[in-house]
Design a protein around this ligand. Structure first.
Ligand code: ADP
Ligand code: MG
Length: 634
């Protein structure tokens, strides 16, 4: 078939425009995106070849080669991966298949600053090539197709692309960037090596560049130059990051790996790398992101944990590996036990997978506990922190990182015989701890960041993960009548309970201000009893799964008769009873008039300033929940 012109799908054209206009200050990421595509392509080939080894043809190596030509102003990324057929090139490089990306593009505002942040969260993939190139040529041949069925795709990134058939001896793909004049720095061996080290060191494939050597000028006075040696050298470490000993991995490498797996530009809050041995053997490398993705609220959103089996990539988003209420977690699980041909269906039934999911859950909860503990400690030691913040600002700290992740609690080991290989060298030193305080004190604590971004999702865990309910409960934070900050834990609350107080009181409303000013809490305020204020859509539902915390019942102040028990003195009780007697005729009248609207009308001791308020029966659905269901059309 001869040359054909195609138009980009509208969203692609839009995305392209944005990419070239707003990513200007961060040009170099294009290389990470192209190498990551090359690596994905090799992973796909390796995976497909498990079922059909003839796909390798006479070329068993999987590798990425990066070359440049200063004179021609080109930079080429070649892989020996799965490649693309003509149709695939048209589809994959001309349309956005993933609905998430479409949604994302439709949300872009046109405001450059805002959009570049959004794009940063997203990862722009192949099209990022146009940040540095005014023309891109892709040549490819799909594994298994004959040499004559190669394809060439060319575009200058402005609305259209051309596609034609070519003969290509090698399987796989070459992406040839025709560099813009202001991006010629990327046609340089040193610069490229630097970027490969920075972005792609952890990729398990060899990334190769042709060696260069200095050659003196042939004649007197003629300048020397770098010439290519014809030998391809591997530039990166080419071993998957999680397979290396923890102590050999720098924080920068952990962070860079995160950015790649999570398609995020921001650093993660925390991570944890562990080799778990026992009845099921696997390696887990889990990250807590520092900000929520666009689609956090989509409960169908796939979890971000990739599954590998013995270093072979099996699938993205293996939702069986992490419970839904932890769907924001990113990372990699590499199992030593699962079969290579494992399918999503098979994952659902596997005992190994269940045990990995439980292990991951426990690990994430300990990471969160650690973040919370660290933040608390920093808050309790403000003086030290201030002092060291001034002179120790540049110290390297990352207390929430893999290095400082606590060893699993003894109970965890006892439970299922899991033993983690905990490297003793990784224990944080006293200097680290001091530096940590400095860091924590100078900005919002990591746990607060976590809670702000993901707290509402974690609350789903109360209803979803009965086994870990108590650990989750300890991680909850709420606003309260005791202050303005929304960081009150249930344990804090308990520690402040009045003598004789028998319950943890809370109120739910549409907004925090609504909760704070609700007439239903007047008497609590008057008596100085703290009430937790909740305005999150999931609060009501999640608390219905947690009748008590650490032996103390949780009681909604909007439900039933509030029994303040010992907190109410005899005189008050008596006064209330007398009042009730005296207004009996009025009550009867109100009940009669409102009989279709309310179930009962009572005298209450809970109000101080307001004349009346609505409450629901103890066992009744709360008003907040009723309103929510009504909104949802039920
Ligand atoms: P993503 O990698 O997130 O899918 P990209 O924009 O980076 O998005 O790439 C779009 C698609 O183009 C890929 O999903 C893949 O199908 C195809 N593609 C890109 N680069 C290659 C490559 N080197 N080899 C094979 N297919 C590729
Ligand atoms: Mg990509």
């Amino acid at each position: 078939m001869s040359k054909q012109k195609h138009s980009f799908q509208a969203e692609v054209a839009q995305l392209l425009h944005l990419v070239t206009h707003s990513l200007y200050s961060n040009k170099e990421i294009f290389l990470r995106e192209l190498i990551s595509n090359a690596s994905d392509a090799c992973d796909k080939l390796r995976f497909n070849a498990l079922a059909d080894s003839s796909l390798y043809g006479d070329q068993p190596e999987l590798e990425v080669r990066i070359s440049f030509d200063k004179a021609a102003k080109t930079l080429t990324v070649t892989d020996t991966g799965i490649g693309m057929s003509r149709e695939e090139a048209i589809d994959h490089l001309g349309t956005i298949a993933k609905s998430g990306t479409k949604d994302f593009v439709s949300r872009l505002s046109g405001d450059q600053k805002q959009d570049s942040q959004l794009i940063g969260q997203f990862g722009v993939g192949f099209y990022s090539g146009f940040i540095v190139a005014d023309k891109i040529t892709v040549e490819s041949r799909r594994a298994g197709l004959p040499a004559e069925q190669g394809v060439r795709w060319i575009s200058s990134g402005a609305g259209e692309f051309d596609v034609e058939d070519i003969t290509r001896a090698e399987r796989g793909t070459s992406v040839i960037l025709h560099l813009r004049d202001d991006a010629l720095e990327y046609a340089d061996g040193w610069r490229l090596k630097e970027l490969i080290g920075k972005y792609s060191d952890h990729i398990s494939l060899p990334i190769k560049m042709e060696g260069e050597k200095w050659e003196e000028g042939k004649e007197e006075g003629q300048p020397g130059e770098m010439v290519k040696t014809g030998e391809w050298e591997t530039i990166n470490q080419a071993s998957a990051l999680w397979t290396r000993p923890k102590k050999d991995i720098s924080d920068e490498q952990f962070k860079e790996f995160y950015k790649q797996v999570a398609h995020d530009w921001e650093d993660p809050l925390s991570w944890s790398l562990n080799r778990v041995e026992g009845s099921t053997e696997y390696t887990q490398l889990l990250y807590i992101p520092s900000h929520a993705p666009q689609d956090l609220w989509d409960r169908d959103k796939k979890a971000g944990v990739k599954l590998y089996v013995k270093r072979v990539f099996i699938m993205d988003d293996a939702e069986q590996l992490i419970p839904r209420y932890l769907r924001f977690i990113k990372g990699v699980v590499d199992s030593a036990d699962l079969p290579l041909n494992v399918s999503r269906e098979l994952l659902q039934e596997s005992r190994d997978v269940r045990s990995i999911r439980e292990g991951n859950t426990r690990r994430v909860l300990s990471m969160l506990e650690e973040l919370a503990k660290t933040e608390q400690a920093a808050a309790n030691a403000p003086a030290t922190a201030d002092a060291s913040a001034e002179n120790g600002a540049e110290q390297k700290v990352d207390i929430g990182s893999g290095e400082s992740t606590p060893a699993p609690e003894p109970t965890e080991m006892a439970e299922d015989g899991v033993t983690d290989v905990v490297d003793k060298n990784d224990a944080p030193t006293a200097a680290d701890a001091a530096a940590k305080f400095a860091e924590e004190a100078t900005r919002e604590g990591k746990y607060s960041t976590f809670w702000r971004e993901f707290g509402s999702v974690l609350k789903e865990g109360l209803g979803e993960d009965f086994a870990n309910r108590e650990r989750i409960a300890k991680l909850l934070r709420y606003a309260s009548t005791a202050g303005d900050a929304a960081n009150v834990s249930l344990a804090d609350y308990k520690a402040r309970m009045k003598p004789g107080q028998k319950a943890i009181y809370y109120i739910t409303a549409d907004t925090l201000a609504g909760a704070r000013n609700s007439p239903q809490i007047e008497v609590f305020k008057k008596k100085g009893i703290e009430v937790l204020l909740m305005a999150d859509r999931v609060d009501e539902w999640s608390l219905s799964h947690m009748p008590d915390f650490d032996g103390t019942p949780l009681q909604s102040v909007a439900k039933g008769a509030v029994d303040l028990g010992d907190l109410q003195d005899e005189a008050e009780k008596k006064a209330a009873e007398e009042a009730a007697e005296s207004v009996k005729p009025l009550l009867e009248r109100l009940k009669e008039v409102l009989k279709d609207q309310v179930e009962d009308v009572r005298v209450t001791s809970r109000l101080v300033d307001s004349p009346a308020c609505l409450v629901v029966k103890d066992a009744g659905m709360s008003m907040q929940l009723a309103r929510m269901l009504k909104q949802a059309g039920q």
